[in-house]
Structure formats: structure tokens, C-alpha cells
Design a protein around this ligand. Structure first.
Ligand code: ATP
Ligand code: MG
Length: 343
């Protein structure tokens, strides 16, 4: 096996990710993939129709907050269609030549998965258009007046792509996902509890007395977070020689600084800064990021979707503002103008 770190490689084959944390618990059939019914139903139709016609399924884009199952779906589509999957990502494709080599190395019927596709630069994106639309690659040879374009025919393939930032996907690119653009939704507590019962079996731990419900309540409606909490609670139970029950979960999550709504210390710091420094907002993303010494992207991709889902913040044209729910959760008194809204 190559000892090259994966980052240096542009494309990895199925299975090479095996040591990554997510893989152990990643469902590999439709039954184990809980929830997201609308997306699953649409994908099944797309796949069956294409299979019956003997062609590869059309290109599909998945979007939504981290940890909701986009990468998992791409692997599932590959398994269910018996096709091989080549995995790369926006930041790994630095030059037009990189993309050209990825595309020309595909075999007929392969699935190409481009993760973080919003980080593909515009020049490269334009090379992707004809590849997606007509299955050809336009290569420019030479420079200046003597430059000429040659066209290579590509084997038929399916592009699956994922992004946490769909707003950053240009509309020409978006419209070329002819198989569909699917948004992954947050999960219900029952769905997360179901995922946790399966995960507990896989990691060989016995959960008792509603432990999975307690984790589900605080897991940001996100399978990856739920699985992470399960593993930390398992560690805690093992070290403290306790059963993995509701009480153990509470103690383990308290140790991680996770509160009863599942907010992490960084979520709470964000809310507190808006309350204390910006009198509840609205405050622009850039200012907020500077005040928190945090990346704007982290706030937008990780903290905000859950806080919006809980109704703790609002996004206005002038920036982010706290809601009364957030004040209640923080145990702080809202400013007078916000209280007036109640009247
Ligand atoms: N529908 C599901 N049913 C069961 N487990 C799931 C489901 N969706 C995700 N998971 C679990 O959550 C983990 C994270 O999912 P995945 O890696 O697919 O998220 P993602 O949307 O690609 O996140 P990111 O945007 O960070 O790449 C998976 O390894 C899997 O264990
Ligand atoms: Mg992913």
C-alpha cells in the first residue's frame, strides 16, 4: 500500500478512506440509511430508470450542513448501482490539467464524487460544463493566435457532488446537475435514536434506559454529532465503570461542555457575544467572526444552521440577531425593543 497521505493524492479509490472515523458507521444500504425520505425516493427512481435504460444515472448535487449524510449517499449510490466510485474534492483540483486527468482516467459507467465542489475555481468549473453536458473535454493546446482546441470524448460517467455552501455554486454549474439538486434535511430525534441504536450494535456497546434518546436530544439533529457523542459516552462509561444509561450520557456530555439543547461552548459564546457586545444584533458576519476570532465559514457552515433551526438567531439583511428563545436559553434579559415584539 502507498504510504502517501491522502491529501497529496487527487483521487482516492473506494475503501482507501477506511481508517477515517466516519467510515465504520457509514450505512451501506438503503435500509440502514435512516430518514431523508424525499431524497432517497428520488434517487431510487433516478437509479432504476437509468439502469433500465442501460445508461449511467444523471449528475446529482447534494447540499446541506456538515454531517447529514452527503458523502454517505454518494457511496450508497455507487454500491446500489454496482459502479466504482472515484473520490476527489474541490480544493484537490488546483489546475485545469488536474480535472482533465481525473476525467480521462474514468472508466465507462464510473461515478465521480467531487466533495466541497464550491471550492472549485471558475476556470476549472468551465471545463466541467461540456464534460457534464455532452461528455466531452475541450483542451486548448498552445498559446496566442496559434492556440487550438481539441476535443476528447469522455466515457459516460455520473458526477455526484456535495457542498455545505450551495449559495456559492454558480447557476450555470447548478443547472448542469440534470439528475437533481437535493437538499439534506436535519433529522428528527426519533431518526437519530434509530441511527444510534444501529451504531451501538456496530461498536459493540449496550445502551440502556433511554441513553440514545438523551444523546438524540442534544445531537444538533445530525448523525455525525450523534455518533461522536455515543463514542464519547461509551468511553466515559468504560473508564468510570458505569452502564451506558441516560445518567452516564448526561455526565459525559457535561464534561464535553454540551448543554441540554446540544449547544457547544462555541455556540454559546457566539450567542453571548451577540447579546453582550452587540445588544442582541443585528451584527454582520465579518464583525461577528472578528469578535469571536473565528473563521466566517465555520460560523456559517457549522454554528449557524443549527442555531437557525432552533430559532435562536435570525438572519436579516443587516446581519445576525438573537431571538427571545436565545435570551431565554442563556438566562439573560432581552433588550426592551425585542420585548416589545411580544406585545
Ligand atoms: N441517513 C443516515 N443514516 C445513518 N447514518 C448516517 C446517515 N447520514 C449520515 N450518517 C452517519 O453520519 C456520518 C457522517 O455522514 P457523512 O460523512 O455522509 O456527512 P456529510 O454530509 O458528507 O458531511 P460533510 O459535509 O462534513 O462532508 C456517517 O459516517 C454515518 O455514520
Ligand atoms: Mg462529506
Amino acid at each position: 500500500m502507498s504510504s502517501k497521505p491522502i491529501k497529496e493524492k487527487m483521487v482516492v479509490e473506494e475503501g482507501e478512506h477506511a481508517s477515517f472515523l466516519d467510515n465504520e458507521l457509514r450505512p451501506s444500504n438503503w435500509q440502514d440509511y435512516v430518514g431523508q425520505k424525499a431524497v432517497k425516493d428520488n434517487l431510487k427512481i433516478l437509479i432504476q430508470a437509468a439502469t433500465e435504460r442501460g445508461v449511467p444515472p444523471e449528475h446529482v448535487l447534494f447540499y446541506g450542513p456538515p454531517g447529514l449524510g452527503k458523502t454517505t449517499l454518494a457511496h450508497l449510490v455507487a454500491k446500489e448501482t454496482g459502479r466504482s466510485i472515484k473520490i476527489t474534492s474541490g480544493p484537490a483540483i488546483e489546475r485545469v490539467g488536474d480535472l482533465a486527468s481525473v476525467l480521462t482516467n474514468l472508466a465507462a459507467g464510473d461515478i465521480l464524487f467531487i466533495d466541497e465542489i464550491h471550492r472549485l475555481n471558475k476556470t476549472i468549473e468551465e471545463v466541467l460544463y461540456p464534460a457534464m453536458e455532452s461528455g466531452v473535454l475541450d483542451i486548448i493546446i498552445g498559446k496566442g493566435p496559434s492556440a487550438r482546441t481539441i476535443q476528447l470524448e469522455l466515457p459516460p460517467f455520473t458526477l455526484l457532488a456535495a457542498t455545505t455552501r450551495v449559495a456559492m455554486i454558480s447557476s450555470p454549474l447548478r443547472s448542469r446537475f440534470s439528475g437533481g439538486v437535493f437538499r439534506l434535511e436535519f433529522y428528527t430525534e426519533d431518526e437519530i435514536a434509530e441511527i444510534l441504536r444501529r451504531s451501538a450494535k456496530i461498536i459493540g456497546v449496550k445502551i440502556e434506559g433511554g441513553a440514545e434518546k438523551e444523546i438524540a436530544k442534544r445531537s444538533r439533529f445530525t448523525p455525525r454529532t450523534a455518533n461522536y457523542f455515543l463514542k464519547r459516552a461509551r468511553d466515559f462509561a468504560q473508564v468510570e465503570t458505569r452502564p451506558l444509561n441516560q445518567e452516564t450520557v448526561k455526565l459525559a456530555l457535561k464534561l464535553l461542555g454540551i448543554d441540554d439543547k446540544g449547544l457547544s461552548p462555541s455556540d454559546r459564546r457566539l450567542l453571548e457575544i451577540i447579546a453582550d457586545k452587540f445588544t442582541g444584533g443585528p451584527v454582520g458576519l465579518g464583525t461577528l467572526a472578528a469578535a469571536l476570532s473565528e473563521e466566517e465559514a465555520t460560523i456559517e457552515e457549522f454554528n449557524e444552521p443549527y442555531l437557525l433551526q432552533l430559532g435562536f438567531i435570525e438572519r436579516t439583511t443587516r446581519g445576525r440577531a438573537l431571538t427571545l428563545h436565545a435570551y431565554a436559553h442563556l438566562g439573560k434579559t432581552p433588550p426592551a425593543n425585542l420585548q416589545k415584539k411580544l406585545l
